[in-house]
Design a protein around this ligand. Sequence first.
Ligand code: NAP
Length: 242
Amino acid sequence: MHHDLAQQTALVTGATAGIGRATALALAARGADILVHGRNEQRAADTLQRITALGANARFEPADLSDPAQVTALAEQVDILVNNAGIFHFARTADTTPDTFDAHIAINLRAPYLLVQALAPGMTERGYGAIVNVSSGAANTPGLGSGIYGATKAALESLTRLWAAEYGPAGVRVNAVAAGPTRTEGTAAYGDAFESAGQAVALQRLADPEEIAGAIAFMASADASYVNGATLSAMGGQPALG
Ligand SMILES: NC(=O)c1ccc[n+]([C@@H]2O[C@H](COP(=O)([O-])OP(=O)(O)OC[C@H]3O[C@@H](n4cnc5c(N)ncnc54)[C@H](OP(=O)(O)O)[C@@H]3O)[C@@H](O)[C@H]2O)c1
């Protein structure tokens, strides 16, 4: 594997599971040092061990992203920030409680906002950096039960375009990757209903986390050096009407 990310440090939020863990491994395989963020120590130890096996450096940075003080305490000098951690608690509008609403806003939207606020200035001072926000098809396609989740992702895509304009002049690129239905710890609970989400995309299958991680690593790397403010669709393609 080409070590094009050697000498770079990446903070990956939610790197203790699913897409975040696969992203941490993809970036480590390309030579980056990884700050593994999450809460669960056992899962973190597993991610760290897998990164070490690749010959890369990694450290666990625990924080509960629903607490703004813990988010800003994560602020360190990094070259790559992947805002991956997110929650998806599906409910129709009538059944969405204020707590569910607030948790989505805090974890999916406020935490990435605070991290960009804290980390982008260091990147602009150094004249380079890459930020990748993990979005979802729910940002643009209404899903019954995914209202507030989709709204946080739509807002994150909007901020991606804003931050690209705000930090681009200093050489910092900000992009998003919109993931399609992906087999992760978080989606395991949805069982057969989730399998059918895979059948609804043109590739007619679910994604593996590594397939989303590949798109994120591309956006974080110099391979995407002229890509800024974009949302890359890693959603398996839209089927045509029959
Ligand atoms: N899987 C999909 O089908 C899919 C599709 C589109 C978009 N996405 C997006 O992709 C991202 C990752 O999804 P996933 O399926 O890989 O998720 P997952 O398997 O549920 O893993 C979630 C990760 O986020 C962390 N996390 C959750 N709440 C947290 C909190 N309050 N504080 C700190 N960390 C927290 C978890 O850490 P701990 O376990 O250590 O607590 C874990 O590492 C999310 O933004 C999601 O919206 C996923």
